[in-house]
Write a protein that binds this ligand. Structure first.
Ligand code: GLA
Length: 394
């Protein structure tokens, strides 16, 4: 069963009729370019095959009712919420994500009510953007039941990057997580077999081919099954630190500091901001270097950049954890070409670039290392770059 079929069936169970449509959106991994998005920098995500689907029908009373199908097969319900009365803080917990999307769309003039039923297979709390997949699927579903289909592309149809900014606003201002633009843009704009090179400042995008199969490579996702949450303080503290550094340096964002000017910039900063700035500036350069290699189809050569990115996040940005360090190090020792934590940090997942022939050995080495350290058994799977959000055949 696909997530779309699961959502449609659950909708039928809850409402006794078929939904008007089903829309779905993927989770993501970021190949490289971490904590650069809110510094106007560069990112390079791809969409996972895992998706969250929203089955939806319009309601005439301007209300939003949502149900979500959990891993245990149980439905959790929220609402009906009066969309006209939504405001930050008025809905909490998981339902704040769909309600925040309805809130922001209302302000954009799409105020219609809807019944939604959500189902899918993006692991939650794994740093793979399940919350953004949820928000993006809900935004397309709410637009869809209001008669706006992205694929039609008619006059007045919002563009995907614009919807990404709305989703970011709902997340920042309604849910209260001060995140950047990486995840929503990945979920909405990624394409099959490609990584998305996004310049967050200009909004320019390039779909860079990432033919893993042809190159005899795999990306192994290693979910440490340890906590990560961006409404907690660590993420916001890093973000504020980089913003303060930009202010002290007299630039709009750390994007404006180049690798050549890094030493001079660091010399002007208080000690606590030095490692944060060093991470962001070197990470931006690593994204550019990796994109240059991928354009030349040198996929196997990006490994050292993944490694350097991890070290930078571990030692300078200080957002890694013992579990993430262990899966990265053990994957490397067992022959991975490169490995790094992915996403916001403080737990969640890491990725490793692995040759086909080494895959089993790497998996076993990572499992054994975690077992010996007394850590939870990681959830591991390989993933190929997949399509972005859209309407599904139910
Ligand atoms: C989280 C945020 C993104 C981005 C990453 C780190 O996933 O949602 O905006 O900042 O962390 O790169």
């Amino acid at each position: 069963m696909t997530p779309a079929a699961d959502a449609a069936r659950a909708f039928q169970d809850v409402h006794g009729r078929a939904p008007a449509g089903v829309w779905s959106a993927p989770g993501r991994v970021n190949l490289i370019g971490e904590h650069t998005d809110y510094n106007d920098g560069f990112v390079l995500p791809f969409a996972l095959p895992h998706r969250l689907a929203a089955a939806a029908s319009p309601r005439e009373d301007g209300k939003l009712r949502v149900a979500t199908l959990g891993d245990d097969g149980q439905l959790q319900h929220s609402g009906p919420h009066d969309i006209a009365a939504l405001e930050p803080g008025s809905v909490e917990g998981w339902a704040a994500y769909p309600a925040g999307v309805a809130w922001v769309l209302r302000d954009q003039g799409y105020a219609g009510g809807a019944d939604l039923v959500i189902a899918g297979d993006v692991p939650s709390g794994a740093g793979l953007s399940s919350s953004h997949a949820l928000e993006c699927a809900v935004s397309l579903a709410l637009l869809g039941v209001a008669g706006v289909e992205l694929e039609d592309g008619g006059a007045g149809t919002p563009a995907r990057p614009e919807i990404a900014r709305w989703v970011q606003r709902s997340e920042n201002d309604f849910v209260g997580a001060p995140t950047g633009l990486l995840d929503q843009t990945a979920s909405l704009c990624c394409e099959d077999s490609r990584v998305l090179f996004l310049d967050v400042r200009s909004g320019e995008m390039e779909q860079v081919p990432f033919p893993l199969g042809e190159a005899g490579l795999r990306v192994l996702i290693m979910d440490t099954r340890t906590k990560h949450s961006h409404t907690d303080g660590g993420y916001g503290a890093r973000r504020r630190g980089t913003e303060r550094a930009a202010e002290l340096l007299g630039v709009k964002a750390l994007r404006d500091v180049t690798l050549d000017g890094l030493d001079e910039a660091l010399a002007q900063l208080p000690e606590d901001l030095v490692p944060l700035v060093r991470h962001v500036v070197t990470e931006n350069q690593r994204v550019l270097d990796v994109v240059a290699l991928l354009r030349e189809k040198k996929l196997a050569e990006i490994g050292p950049y993944l490694d350097a990115s991890h070290v930078s996040m571990r030692d300078d940005y200080r957002i890694s954890t013992p579990e993430l360090d262990l899966v990265v190090d053990s994957a490397r020792s067992a022959g991975a070409l490169g490995a790094r934590m992915t996403g916001g940090g403080f737990g969640g997942s890491a990725i490793a670039l692995v040759r086909d022939d080494d895959l089993d050995g790497v998996r076993t080495a990572v499992e054994t290392a975690c077992e010996q350290a007394g850590f939870r058994r990681p959830r591991m799977f390989t993933a190929v770059p997949s399509r972005g959000a859209g309407r599904d055949e139910a």
